[in-house]
Design a protein around this ligand. Structure first.
Ligand SMILES: [Zn+2]
Length: 376
């Protein structure tokens, strides 16, 4: 169902898709380019900004909106996912998670860092984002139940501490928090529990009793190797998305973090999720993996096809990437030329491919909106 999210930098109509501006940029694109794809909001990565520039510096520069020169809603993650992935992959004395928070050595420069629920809120406060996220405790795919239970307990405690810090930073009481007339950023908590339904339910109930603006789907368990899906039965991700969505009242904003492909977004909105973020359209675009209308690529999915532009079959193709698309990429270059640009890792190729993919994702969102209107 259609919802409106009111932020300090504009209104978001759901469903909405947030491209990932890691380090505060959507690689190879200007904000003007982004505007033309129909995208009205972005997500940025807290930890990357803190480590590269420092959130106090960004605060001095007018927060993310002033520094980026972008007057649109900006959501920030908590930094937790990057830290946990790192700690789970390289556990040790200095890479550890305790009740206090997570300590870790940055593999890039060997520096020691500490991230706690409170520090994550302070960084996001300095960044001045419109929607902030609490530091959560993701689980590992192979963790025993006792460890999963401990993680859920900690996840709830951290969410409570995050909200307390959020209220303190914004000089708000709980009553102010619930007063829609008071302007403030929105805050989302993350429902965890991995592939365990009982724990997901417990996590959702505990977070709902603390009270947040958004409830986020804490992704699948972190897998030590690469693909968690290899350990889950087929379709399980969808089943879990539906299960968790049903645990959250429909008047709340439901955020499916890290979802996903156009098919995943279409499925997720059907079971109640409102907002999404993913690196897929831009990262895949830079590798020449393009999302196109069904039947116009070299591999078909339920609602779309993908076209791998590096393939030999496109070497002599004078057609646009997607004949049904009017974006700058499809109206100015041929598949053959884009193939050439991507194969030589040229920034113009990255830009055009990202513009096309973001436009395609936005069109998918528009088609879901149309469906909402037809249903109501
Ligand atoms: Zn296009």
């Amino acid at each position: 169902m259609k919802k409106f999210i009111h932020t300090n930098h504009g209104k978001i109509e759901t469903p909405a898709f947030f491209p990932d501006a890691t380090y505060g940029t959507i690689k190879a694109l200007t904000w003007d380019d982004l505007e033309k794809t129909g995208t009205n909001q972005i997500v940025t990565t807290t930890l990357h900004l803190e480590q590269k520039r420092g959130s106090e510096y960004i605060d001095q520069m007018g927060g993310v909106h002033g520094f980026f020169g972008l007057n649109k809603p900006i959501l920030s993650d908590s930094g937790g996912y990057q830290v946990f992935s790192l700690i789970y992959r390289r556990p040790g004395n200095k890479n550890a998670i305790t009740d206090a928070g997570c300590s870790f050595i940055d593999p890039e420069n060997g520096k020691y860092h500490f991230l706690s629920p409170e520090i994550s809120q302070i960084i996001q406060f300095n960044l001045g984002t419109d929607i902030v996220t609490v530091l959560d405790v993701p689980v590992q795919h192979d963790a025993p139940t006792s460890q999963l239970k401990q993680a859920i307990k900690r996840n709830t405690q951290w969410a409570k501490r995050s909200k307390d810090k959020f209220l303190e930073l914004h000089h708000l009481t709980e009553q102010d928090f619930n007063n829609p007339k008071i302007k403030r950023p929105l805050i989302g908590a993350v429902i965890q529990g991995g592939n365990n339904k009982d724990l997901r339910k417990q996590s959702a109930e505990e977070l709902l009793s603390i009270g947040f603006d958004l409830y986020n789907f804490g992704g699948p368990p972190i897998h030590k190797e690469k693909d968690w899906r290899s350990n889950a039965p087929r379709g399980f991700h969808h089943e879990m998305l539906e299960y968790v969505s049903n645990l959250i009242p429909d008047d709340k904003i439901k955020y499916a973090m890290g979802v996903g492909s156009p098919d995943d977004m279409i499925f997720s909105t059907k079971v109640g999720w409102d907002i999404f973020d993913t690196v897929l359209p831009t990262r895949n675009g830079r590798h020449g993996y393009l999302y196109v209308s069904k039947g116009h690529g070299n591999k078909d999915f339920n609602n779309y096809s993908v076209l791998n532009i590096k393939g030999k079959r496109y070497k002599f193709s004078n057609k646009p990437v997607d004949p049904n698309c009017k974006c700058e990429c499809c109206s100015t270059v041929t598949r053959a030329y884009l193939r050439h640009l991507i194969k030589i890792n040229d920034a113009v190729g990255w830009r055009l491919a990202s513009i096309h993919n973001l436009t395609y994702f936005q069109k998918t969102i528009d088609s879901i909106k149309l469906q909402y209107e037809n249903d109501s």
